[in-house]
Design a protein around this ligand. Structure first.
Ligand code: SF4
Length: 508
């Protein structure tokens, strides 16, 4: 098995940096469907450019490379212990090379292991089969979309949809609700893997397994094929749009299976996957470990450029922000404005926010732009370089953000998916704004980062440390302003009404 390690490393690198053709095709279609000039269309322009950049530079498409999950089939007689060991070595090597972010955190101590190895990480499912080759499939599903997975125990009552009963109509309501509840927090447009039935734990496994189907396949079960098509049509009428900005592209795939259940239980389990749908697979020669074929893609087909025109065209109407920012500058902004940040910003996510509730900040945050981001960083000599740095889901900081703004004078909070009423109130009171970056656009944003000026709180691990970074032309959209307006609240309200319309529509 002299090629096993290199083959597995190649699988990880390609999965992290080069989206498969079915996802590329679905994202092209989504971008072409969106109304030009809208915020969703602008977001998709950045996403398409980001896909190109990741492939060209072999950099992570999104900085959150998830909990690597491998599904392996081996011929009878192959040593599975050896395969698992080789997977762990390849994961550690890919982390060292900056292709995976160190994402394995000890749940008791909070310590990041630094190499993606730890208790039950990576996840490896091993099966035997009666074929001659080894097949390895890999999915990298990040935390933002993982947090939007949802499980329903029907019958149940759903916001805007009323009661979901133990029948296909009830299942349909649950799946539509899953799209609605995700809004932009799972980096829409998304893909759903769904399991109808089974038990709580296995139902989620089976839902996730559906994500290994190609987006353009047709379910062999006609009832499920019909349901998948209906969900695609209806979900894309909801108006969630890319990043939850409102728009026509909310879903790029829906894959459903059914499994038998206990008489007393009826679960509908939904695995929500973001647009950065990174899954690939390889067939390996069982004696050498060399790659004999790729799953989900045709290596003889040239990789098509995704970006339309010049990617994200600047209009000249963008507002240039150069921190430190003033209250007057922030009060002049309104929802919908596109800003370009030039100058210094600081990263801070979960651990930093919890820290700031009890301790003074390690950097002066007066007038600062605070970026919810857990970047992929590599140290080369004495210098840090940014390998991937898109925004993380902001709502996790909702319990802290208002206090952080009030105490330390932060003027702009940057993240994705929006924040809630507590933060909105603090923005209004203090004269600050929330800026929505484009979720998953990790390469796009890494290219705006000219220099890493410093880092503190490294004891929290690379993604959770507080980084001081100089940026140029960092683009984001004002989605919550200092006048009490929130695009996120508006879209949630409008899509809720659309959901009610779908619930009331007569069924054929
Ligand atoms: S695209 Fe968004 S949801 Fe997906 S992994 Fe990246 S940050 Fe998380």
């Amino acid at each position: 098995m002299e090629f096993l390690s290199t083959s597995l490393l190649e699988l990880i690198v390609q999965t992290s940096t080069n989206l498969p053709p079915d996802v590329r095709a679905a994202m092209s279609l989504a971008a072409n469907t969106e109304t030009p000039g809208t915020q969703s269309s602008q977001a998709l322009d950045i996403v398409l450019s980001n896909i190109d950049m990741a492939q060209q530079d072999e950099g992570p498409i999104c900085q959150d490379t998830g909990l690597p999950t491998f599904v392996v089939h081996t011929p009878v007689g192959v040593n599975q212990i050896r395969i698992k060991k080789a997977i762990r070595e390849a994961v550690a090597e890919a982390t060292k090379l900056g292709k995976l972010r160190p994402n394995s955190v000890d749940s008791l101590t909070g310590a990041n292991t630094g190499n993606n190895l730890g208790e039950e990480t990576p996840v490896v499912h091993l099966e035997q089969w009666e074929q001659d080759e080894i097949e390895v499939k890999l999915i990298l599903k990040g935390g933002g979309c993982e947090n939007k997975n949802i499980q329903y125990s029907v019958p149940c009552n759903l916001d805007h949809l009323g009661r979901a009963d133990r029948n296909l109509e009830g299942v349909r309501k649950c799946i539509l609700h899953a799209v609605w509840q995700a809004q932009g927090q799972g980096c829409a447009p998304g893909v759903l893997g769904v399991c109808i039935g089974s038990d709580r734990a296995h139902g989620y496994d089976l839902a996730k397994e559906q994500l290994f189907r190609t987006l353009d396949d047709v379910n062999p079960n006609p009832t499920l094929a019909k349901l998948e098509a209906e969900i695609m049509e209806e979900a894309n009428k909801l108006g969630v749009g890319a990043m939850g900005f409102g728009g026509k592209s909310s879903l790029i795939g829906c894959k459903i299976r059914a499994a038998n259940r206990l008489p007393a239980s009826f679960f509908v389990s939904v695995a929500y996957e973001c647009w950065a749908f990174r899954r690939l697979g390889v067939g390996l020669d069982a004696s050498t470990g060399a790659i004999t074929r790729w799953l989900y893609r045709d290596p003889s087909r040239a990789i098509e450029r995704m970006a339309r025109g010049e990617g994200f065209p600047l209009t000249g109407r963008e507002v240039i922000l150069t921190p430190p920012l003033t209250e007057a500058q922030m009060r002049a902004l309104k929802v919908g404005d596109v800003v370009l940040i030039n100058g210094d910003m600081f990263t801070g996510r979960d651990n930093v926010h919890a820290y700031l509730m009890k301790n003074p900040p390690p950097f002066d945050l007066n007038g600062a732009a605070l970026y919810h981001c857990g970047p992929v960083m590599l140290k080369q000599g004495d210098e840090w370089s940014v390998k991937a740095a898109g925004p993380t889901t902001s709502i996790r900081e909702e319990p802290y953000q208002g206090d952080v703004i009030r105490r330390y004078g932060v003027r702009a909070v940057i993240g994705k998916g929006g924040m809630g009423p507590k933060t909105l109130a603090a923005l209004k009171e203090c004269g600050a704004v929330y800026l929505n970056g484009i979720g998953g656009a990790a390469q796009y944003y890494a290219r705006t980062m000219e220099k890493v000026l410093g880092v503190k709180l490294t004891e929290f691990g690379i993604p959770e440390a507080m980084w001081h970074i100089r940026v140029k032309n960092f683009a984001a959209i004002v989605t919550m302003d200092a006048h009490g307006n929130s695009l996120h609240a508006d879209v949630e309200h409008a899509t809720g009404e659309a959901l009610e319309g779908l619930a009331a529509a007569p069924r054929g």
